[in-house]
Design a protein. Structure first.
Length: 393
C-alpha cells in the first residue's frame, strides 16, 4: 500500500429534476455573470439549454453562451472562451454537456488568471494557483471530469493531445440527472462505458497488491458497468441502469478506486496520440489499445490479471494456470468490447491499416521524442510504445 491523498470537494446533486437547482448553486458559489459552455445541437434540441437560460434569467444572473465544443476539445475553442471571459467580465463557468465540455471549461478556468499562453500549462511547463470557479450539468457519463482534477485538450497545430491536472479547478458542483442521458446514441453510451471502466482499470492494474478494500471497490464498479451498459443498450430509458453508469463514471475518476495504489495510465497516454492523430472517440480508442497493452505488460503482475479474469470477467478458473487465466480474462474483456460495438484493434477503429510511419509518429509524440516514459506496472520507453501500437494495428 502506498500513502495517498483523497480529495473530492465537488458537491453532487444527483437524481430527477436536479437541474432545477442550478441558479441557487451558481449563487451559492459566487456566480454573478456566467459563461454557459456547451457542445453541439443536443443541448438545444433537448430543451436543456433553454431551461438553463430561463433559470439564470429568473434568478437575475447574467450569462453569455459559448457552444461548439467537439469531442477531443480544441485549444482554439478554449482561446475563444478566454477572450469572451475577459471581455465580458465572467466570474463563473457552467459546463452543460459531457467530459469534453467540462475539460474545455477547465482549460478556460486555468487560463483566465494566467499571464501566458494556456497551452504552456498543458505542456507541463508552468502551473497556476488561481482559477475561475466551475459548475456542470452532466449529460454524458464517461470522462468523470465532473469530479476529477484533470482536463485533456487537443491542439490542432500538430494534432497534440495533452492533459493538465490541478485540484483547484475541480468543479464546485455537479448536477447529475440520469434522465438527461436517455437520448445518447448507442455508440456514445458504449464509448462512455469503456472510458469509465478504463479509469478504474488504469488504477487497478498496479504494482501494489495489498489494498484489498480499494481492489474490491474497483472490481464492483467494473462488474456493475459491464452489466448495466448491456441493459441500457437494450433499453435506453432504463433509469436505474443509467443512474448506475452515471454514478460509476464519477466514482471511477474521483480517485476513490486508486486509493493506496500506484496508477498506470499508459493506455490513456497511448490512446491520446491515437485520437490526436485520427480524431476518434476516446472510449473506442481505449478499447482498441487495451488488449495489446495488457498482453505486453501482464508478466509484470500476472496474478493481478488472473484475479481480474475471475473477479471481474467471471472466468471459471478450473484447472487453468495463472498465465492461462490472465489470457482468458483479456480475451473475455475483448469479447465484451465487441458485444457493445467497440473495436479491439486500430484497424477496426479507423477502418483502414495504420502505416509504420504513423506508428513511429505516435510513439515519438507519446514519448516526447524519447524524453519521457509512461506507465507504472511496466515503465514503457519509446520503443515499447511503438511495439504496443504495432500489436494493436
Amino acid at each position: 500500500m502506498v500513502d495517498f491523498k483523497y480529495y473530492a470537494p465537488t458537491r453532487v446533486e444527483f437524481g430527477r429534476n436536479t437541474e432545477d437547482k442550478l441558479a441557487d448553486l451558481v449563487k451559492q458559489f459566487g456566480g454573478t455573470k456566467v459563461l454557459v459552455h456547451y457542445g453541439g445541437q443536443s443541448a438545444i434540441k433537448s430543451g436543456l439549454l433553454a431551461k438553463v437560460e430561463s433559470q439564470l434569467k429568473d434568478a437575475g444572473i447574467e450569462y453569455v453562451l459559448l457552444g461548439g465544443v467537439v469531442p477531443n476539445p480544441r485549444l482554439s475553442k478554449v482561446r475563444e472562451g478566454l477572450e469572451i471571459c475577459h471581455r465580458e467580465g465572467i466570474d463563473f463557468l457552467l459546463a452543460v454537456g459531457g467530459g469534453s465540455v467540462i475539460d474545455s471549461c477547465k482549460a478556460i478556468s486555468a487560463g483566465f488568471y494566467y499571464d501566458g499562453d494556456v497551452w504552456t500549462l498543458y505542456k507541463h511547463e508552468d502551473h497556476v494557483t488561481k482559477c475561475l470557479p466551475i459548475g456542470c450539468i452532466l449529460t454524458i457519463p464517461a470522462a468523470g471530469s465532473e469530479m476529477s482534477d484533470g482536463s485533456v485538450i487537443t491542439n490542432e497545430d500538430g494534432g497534440l493531445k495533452k492533459d493538465y491536472c490541478t485540484d483547484i479547478f475541480r468543479c464546485k458542483f455537479a448536477i447529475m440527472n440520469p434522465e438527461l442521458t436517455y437520448s445518447l446514441p448507442a455508440w456514445q453510451t458504449a464509448c462512455g462505458a469503456v472510458d469509465i471502466m478504463m479509469h478504474t482499470m488504469e488504477r487497478y492494474f498496479s504494482v501494489n497488491d495489498d489494498m484489498e478494500i480499494t481492489d474490491a471497490i474497483a472490481e464492483a464498479l467494473l462488474r456493475t458497468v459491464k452489466t448495466e451498459v448491456a441493459k441500457v443498450l437494450k433499453n435506453p430509458t432504463d433509469y436505474n441502469s443509467r443512474a448506475q453508469i452515471m454514478w460509476a463514471g464519477s466514482l471511477a475518476h474521483n480517485d476513490l478506486t486508486g486509493c493506496g495504489t500506484t496508477g498506470d495510465w499508459a493506455t490513456h497516454c497511448l490512446e491520446h496520440e491515437l485520437s490526436g492523430m485520427f480524431d476518434v472517440s476516446h472510449g473506442a480508442g481505449l478499447a482498441a489499445m487495451w488488449g495489446s497493452w495488457a498482453r505486453y505488460v501482464r508478466e509484470e503482475n500476472m496474478s493481478r490479471f488472473a484475479r481480474f479474469a475471475v473477479n471481474v470477467m467471471g472466468v471459471d478458473p478450473g484447472e487453468m494456470s495463472c498465465e492461462e487465466l490472465a489470457e482468458a480474462g483479456i480475451q473475455a474483456m475483448e469479447a465484451f468490447y465487441h458485444s457493445i460495438g467497440m473495436p479491439t484493434s486500430i484497424k477496426e477503429l479507423i477502418g483502414k491499416d495504420i502505416t509504420d510511419e504513423q506508428i513511429e509518429e505516435m510513439a515519438d509524440k507519446c514519448s516526447n521524442y524519447g524524453k519521457i516514459t509512461v506507465g507504472a506496472l511496466k515503465v514503457l520507453s519509446r520503443d515499447d510504445m511503438a511495439a504496443i501500437y504495432r500489436m494493436a494495428r
